[in-house]
Design a binder for this molecule. Structure first.
Ligand code: NAD
Length: 485
């Protein structure tokens, strides 16, 4: 299957409600990572295109969008959800081809993205203020005002839901937006912008500029007319975005990396723990910021757990996304080299390999970027591979002798995005939840929270929270009005 069969062309950015090429006329290829082949050409947007999009989004703040009643704004966003579901199969196939993810995962991503629009659609007419008692002679109240033009810089690992989870609350609060999808996966954002127009959102309310991080992302983050930047991606780029936004005092919501621990205590149900840990480090081929990539396991259950995990990991299927394997490819050769480099370094330092440890070859997809599910045992807490985000299907096993030691190891990185624990002892689970430095905690499951639960990082995993009601704080500012009566 190719893009033409899916109703291409996608070769466009969306600015002011119109498809456009880059002002420079340049384009770049996006790849099918399962075949390692070009999928289609996309405009290489630059600073001038970003400026056009931001000016357009700024003008749209004063247009019919400002006068759109909250209930009507809700109806429009609900219509976006309906259109996403109606065109869901095409969207899922494009996303699977562009990102490499298994088609069933891409279908779930479309469903989740539509759910974000439904959820925030319901909040448009519930953004209430408060009154503050100052005595009989005064009236003081608060209003929630939009911030202005919001920028959304999106990574390649979960392109559509990450764009949707920022856009939906930003628009619900009355802002306008410029989206910069990752250069590896630009296609679904362009389709999303077209769905927003079809749903009836005024032109300019949501613009999409495709292009590289350097050429399009950086000018967007530093643009003086941007009021807020939502960024998901690497810690290093997040720091650059934060510095750029600081130049014009724009707010930032950063969702960065993680090195999330899954603790398994000796009394845990082994079958449940094996299933949870397997999913935690192999879902999306490990390319998830909240992936559980460190198994912190009590010694008495270590061997049993590793036998089960090794056998299950070796049995996982790898293949092209459209063939719906357990694991698709990594996003690029660069990413596979990065993962290989981390694992090679760990092996050079003498770390024990339980399974995997190499690129994988898939029939009919010989040029795809596949990597075997990999488990390394007895990894010291300070080792590079226990500290750095690998972003591939690589699990580090760290044996411990007590809950206290498990908590210390769990908290022993600069990150703090997610954490899991498996145990039958509710007190130990809740002590762990209290002590662990992580924005989301999973008990006797992993990634069990869903898309309406606040998500974001402690420490260097980021700042601010996305999803749920908590996300509204990113996209509204409070205006307090006081009257002397
Ligand atoms: P990245 O953080 O550089 O890219 C994420 C987004 O930021 C992309 O849209 C990119 O075009 C844009 N970008 C890049 N440089 C920019 C700049 N200077 N200003 C503004 N925007 C910019 O990530 P990457 O290089 O694609 O991947 C590198 C590593 O980052 C991965 O190996 C992984 O460890 C991590 N990563 C994390 C996430 C996550 O969800 N936390 C997602 C993708 C990658």
């Amino acid at each position: 299957m190719n893009l033409a069969e899916l109703g291409a062309p996608f070769e466009a950015m969306v600015i002011a409600g119109r498809r456009r090429t880059a002002l420079s006329g340049d384009s770049f290829e996006t790849l099918d990572p399962g075949r390692g082949e070009p999928l289609g050409a996309v405009p290489a947007g630059g600073a001038e295109d970003v400026d056009l999009a931001v000016q357009d989004a700024k003008a749209a703040l004063k247009g019919p969008w400002r006068d759109c009643e909250p209930k009507e704004r809700g109806r429009l966003l609900r219509r976006v959800a309906e259109l996403m579901r109606a065109g869901g199969e095409r969207l899922a196939k494009v996303e699977s081809l562009d990102s490499g993810k298994p088609i069933s995962a891409a279908r779930r991503d479309v469903a989740r993205s539509a759910d974000y629009f439904d959820y925030y659609a319901g909040l448009c007419d519930k953004l209430e203020g408060t009154t503050i008692p100052l005595g009989r002679d005064k009236l003081s109240y608060t209003l929630r005002a939009p911030l202005g033009v919001t920028a959304h810089i999106v990574p390649w690992n979960v392109p559509l839901p990450i764009a949707a989870r920022g856009l939906a609350p930003a628009l619900a609060c009355g802002n306008t937006a410029v989206v910069k999808p990752a250069e590896e996966t630009p296609l679904s954002a362009v389709i999303l912008a077209e769905i927003l127009l079809e749903a009836g959102l005024p032109p300019g309310v949501c613009n999409v500029v495709t292009g590289t991080g350097e050429a399009a992302g950086a000018p967007l983050a530093r643009h003086p007319d941007i009021a807020q930047v939502t960024f998901t991606g690497s810690r290093e780029t997040g720091v650059a975005v934060m510095k750029a936004a600081a130049e014009h005092v724009a707010a930032v919501t950063l969702e960065l990396g993680g090195k999330s621990p899954v603790v398994v205590l000796g009394d845990a149900d082994p079958a449940r723990a094996v299933a949870g840990v397997l999913k935690a480090f192999t879902h999306n081929a490990g390319q998830i910021c909240s992936a559980g990539t460190r198994l912190v396991v009590e010694r008495q259950i270590h061997d049993q757990l590793l036998d089960g995990l090794g056998a299950r990991a070796r049995g996982l299927s790898l293949g092209h996304g459209l063939d719906d394997p357990a694991l698709g490819p990594l996003i690029s050769e660069t990413q596979r080299n990065r993962v290989s480099g981390f694992v090679a370094g760990a092996r050079d330092r003498g770390l024990a390999l339980v399974t995997g440890g190499a690129a994988a070859r898939v029939d009919r997809c010989e040029a795809g970027f596949f990597y075997q599910p990999t488990i390394l045992d007895q990894v010291p807490p300070e080792d590079e591979i226990a500290q750095e985000e690998v972003f591939g299907p690589v699990l580090c096993v760290q044996p411990v002798d007590s809950l206290e030691e498990a908590i210390a190891i769990a908290n022993g990185t600069r990150y703090g995005l997610a954490a899991g624990i498996y145990t039958q002892d509710i007190s130990k689970a809740l002590i762990f939840a209290r002590e662990v430095e992580a924005g989301q905690v999973f008990i006797n499951g992993y990634h069990n929270a869903g898309d309406t639960v606040p998500f974001g990082g402690f420490k260097e995993s980021g700042t601010g929270r996305e999803k749920g009601l908590a996300a509204l704080a990113n996209y509204c500012q409070i205006k307090a009005v006081t009257v002397d009566l």
